[in-house]
Design a protein around this ligand. Structure first.
Ligand SMILES: [Zn+2]
Length: 304
């Protein structure tokens, strides 16, 4: 339904309007022009990887493809780094594959578009910690939470070379917002007692070990008062809590959180052929990304 968005482009700051347009163009590219992208649609998966690499390069960064073999075919996580003066790493990631049968505009064209937009904004700036932006392959089933999941392979390589990751943020399905009553549900009915029933907020989710990171990220996001936000550090076994690439980093003991519109608990086109670019609320999506820019800058620390 057109006009369902409460915020309009006119209410965004000029920088956010620019950001909104970038996000919309990149979601269009991934979900419309390239379309469904996974091991069945391997040519499209590769086209998405090429597009991401090219976007990082045009931002003035040097992408590295971290490949592994799956069923005789190469697939790759794609990373860029902005080196800091301290050894700690702040890593921001999103998966670029889409589930079988779906073009994946919100899941997870939105997360990838956000990673690309953030990389453009951080390129050329200097921070105390190293910043790393990563696009992960093969998050969706049948690889989800297996040793073949792209982020699981990647996190395993990080721990093997002793990467000191002080914060990992997974951007997972971040473009759907609604002001309708009861537009928000929860994985466990009890959580609805504590959290809103209207899907107009962005969610921050972590396991108990990542509580300090979650609180800090949420507090910086809230200082800007751009968009309502809710956060919870919950045991990782609760359904939905570990449903993205941050789970892979938990397996290696790294602090990691997910930023999400809560996906299946709000977005009725989740994992459907109807997950197309026209379903996203780009105004509020842009507010999420500009808010996360501040969070990431704070976590990385300004270089003296
Ligand atoms: Zn996803």
């Amino acid at each position: 339904m057109p006009g369902k968005n409460i915020s309009s482009a006119a209410s965004l700051m000029a920088d956010d309007v620019h950001l909104r347009n970038e996000l919309e163009a990149d979601v269009e590219k991934l979900a419309n022009e390239i379309g469904e992208r996974n091991m069945i649609r391997y040519a499209q998966l590769k086209a998405a990887a090429d597009f991401i690499e090219d976007s990082f390069s045009r931002a003035g960064l040097q992408p590295r493809r971290d490949s592994y073999e799956l069923n005789g075919r190469l697939c790759g996580n794609i990373e860029v780094q902005i080196h800091g003066v301290r050894p700690e790493i702040v890593l921001v990631g999103a998966h670029y594959d889409s589930v079988f049968g779906a073009p994946g505009a919100n899941d997870n064209g939105s997360g990838v578009a956000a990673v690309l937009a953030l990389a453009r904004r951080f390129s050329g700036r200097s921070f105390e910690k190293t910043l790393r932006f990563v696009a992960f392959v093969n998050e969706e089933p049948p690889f989800f939470q297996t040793s073949q999941m792209g982020s699981f392979v990647y996190a395993g390589r990080c721990i093997a070379r002793n990467d000191n990751i002080s914060a990992m943020i997974s951007l997972e399905t971040i473009g759907c917002f609604s002001d309708a009553p009861y537009s928000q549900t929860y994985p466990s009915p009890g959580l609805g007692v504590f959290y809103p029933r209207i899907g107009n907020f962005i969610g921050f989710v972590g396991n108990v070990r990542s509580r300090a990171l979650l609180r800090r990220a949420l507090s910086v996001f809230r200082q800007q008062q751009k968009l309502p936000s809710e956060g919870a550090a919950l045991p990782g076994f609760i359904p939905g809590i570990g449903w993205s690439d941050h789970w892979s980093f938990w397996q290696q003991g790294y602090p990691a959180i997910m930023v999400t519109d809560t996906a299946p608990f709000r977005y009725r086109h989740y994992h459907e052929p109807t997950d197309t670019p026209d379903k996203l609320d780009y105004d509020r999506f842009a507010l999420v990304v500009s808010g996360m820019e501040k969070v990431i800058a704070e976590l990385a620390g300004v270089s003296q």
